[in-house]
Ligand binder design. Structure first.
Ligand code: IFM
Length: 483
């Protein structure tokens, strides 16, 4: 173990602020950085969370019921029947959590606003206290030099809207736009970056298709396709509403977890095939949002179950955005060229023993962080891309010495960020990275059993303890380079 590493451990054990970096005047430990490992100047380092996963305080200040309150309180839906009722208690501990961010050195924080706090019934009268918490949070972030980046929808749909059909109803798309405009008008003086939805593909497929997330439905194809269409429509209408309500200079975009197709071998033919596959496998999401049309293959695949839509819908869905946020955890597919097929590509089977993290869905494929943004830039000529989520869950527990040695996550981040650096060095316009997540939190159907945080949360005391990975991330940010 190097002196630098030992010193980092010692500090981590003793305080909440992790710092394994060398400081001025500490020449012996001063790291040297290979220029080939550096990120671009002004690269934005951040971290991310979401309202229901961390806030708790679900009955405070007039918050209405969300579909996740209903779902998680239904026995058997969430592991150990965990709920977000208390979560990490962030609603009352946000100042401590901003201090953790400041200790990491992040320049931006991506959080989400709970729609049912602002409009307890989804529409109608806004609650007078609905944005108070977020105003306090935003001010605290700015006081620490951290830019607030707000997501408007991270899955906590007001239950009242679900009772009227949720995303199966076109009215929900309109209601979302109204809510987005309302929020943008009130926080746009300080929040310059807004995301519409977080991961449409996750909340639609898992919540309305597989039934393993709220609202727990398993819709037949036609209704599922329609719900997906209303969600992308909601994105487009929200972009328009934000532009109408926010101050000039406000930037808006989606945060979508794209299906990343990795060329099985990095040759021209397989790379082209992987691009085509990325376009088709995201046809109901980013592709329609950035092209304003459903691809022929998508329409052929959905057939009689295709969603009903109008040309006006498509134009709204493709309302111009200022950046594209992509959440990337794993390569979804390895792809090879298949010149004899109509699509020109074929998916290469991934074996059951493919390495994965604690969560089986999280296959380890760091090159996804190179190919994902590269495909997005190439396919849709996107000039500003942000990695809006990336991270992993691990079997994190404090050791006898009190330190959380999350070596899985350290390894994961080092490998993934190596590929991200490769992308920036190759000229892919990735402008920033938000690590998921600042804290351990409520991991949806996994409850509190999956820990994604840079900080360990003791859910009995709510004490936060920086993990080893927090030290790594702080060092990467400080160097603006791999560490
Ligand atoms: O925790 C989630 C987050 O809410 C959405 N993206 C994936 C994360 C890890 O599963």
């Amino acid at each position: 173990m190097s002196a630098l590493t030992r010193r980092g451990f010692a500090r981590m054990a003793g305080t909440t602020a992790v710092c394994v970096s060398a400081t001025a005047g500490d020449a012996a430990a001063q790291p040297t950085t290979d220029i080939a490992q550096r990120f671009p100047q002004d690269f934005l380092w951040g971290t991310a969370t979401a309202s229901y996963q961390i806030e708790g305080a679900v009955t405070e200040d007039g918050r209405g019921l969300s579909i996740w309150d209903t779902f998680s309180r239904t026995p058997g839906k969430v592991r150990n029947n965990d709920t977000g009722d208390v979560a990490t208690g962030h609603y009352h501990r946000f100042k401590d959590d901003v201090r953790l961010m400041a200790a990491l050195g992040v320049k931006a924080y991506r959080f989400s606003i709970a729609w049912p706090r602002v409009f307890p019934q989804g529409t109608g009268a806004a609650h007078p206290k609905g944005l108070d918490f977020y105003n306090r949070l935003i001010d605290e972030l700015l006081a620490h030099g951290i830019a607030p980046w707000a997501t408007l929808y991270h899955w906590d749909l007001p239950q009242a809207l679900q009772d009227r059909g949720g995303w199966e109803s076109r009215d929900t798309a309109r209601a979302f736009a109204d809510y987005a405009g309302h929020v943008a008008a009130r926080i746009g003086d300080r929040v310059k970056h807004l995301f519409t939805h977080n991961e449409i593909s996750a909340f639609i497929e898992l919540g309305y298709g597989q039934g393993i997330h709220a609202p727990g439905l398993k819709l037949p194809p036609k209704r599922l396709n329609q719900a997906r269409h209303h969600a992308v429509l909601g994105h487009g209408l929200a972009v328009q509403a934000i532009r109408a309500a926010a101050q000039p200079g406000t930037r808006v975009g989606p945060a979508e977890n794209i299906n990343v197709c990795v060329p099985v071998i990095e040759t021209e033919e397989h790379i082209r095939a992987a691009e085509r596959a990325t376009r088709e496998l995201n046809a109901g999401y980013l592709t329609v949002m950035l092209e304003g049309r459903y691809t022929e293959a998508f329409l052929a695949w959905t057939g009689a179950d295709a969603p009903s839509f109008t040309a006006e819908d498509l134009a709204a869905i493709a309302s111009p955005v200022d950046f594209v946020g992509i959440n990337i955890y794993a390569p979804h597919n390895y792809v090879r060229a298949a010149p004899d097929t109509p699509s020109g590509f074929a998916l290469v089977p991934i074996t059951a023993t493919f390495p994965h993290m604690q969560t089986p869905w999280l296959k380890v494929g760091p090159e996804a962080l190179y190919w994902g943004p590269r495909h997005v830039a190439k396919l849709w000529n996107v000039k500003d891309i942000y990695i809006t989520e990336n991270g992993c869950a691990g079997t994190d527990t404090p050791a006898a010495d009190g330190i959380v040695y999350d070596t899985d996550r350290v390894m994961f981040l080092r490998n993934y960020l190596t590929q991200l650096q490769r992308a920036t060095a190759a000229g892919v316009p990735v402008r920033g990275y938000f690590l998921w997540s600042l804290l351990d939190n409520f991991e949806w159907a996994d409850g509190y059993a999956s820990r994604f945080g840079l900080h360990y949360v003791d859910y009995v005391t709510q004490k936060r303890t920086p993990k080893l990975s927090a030290g790594l991330y702080r060092e990467i940010i400080a160097r603006n380079a791999l560490a």
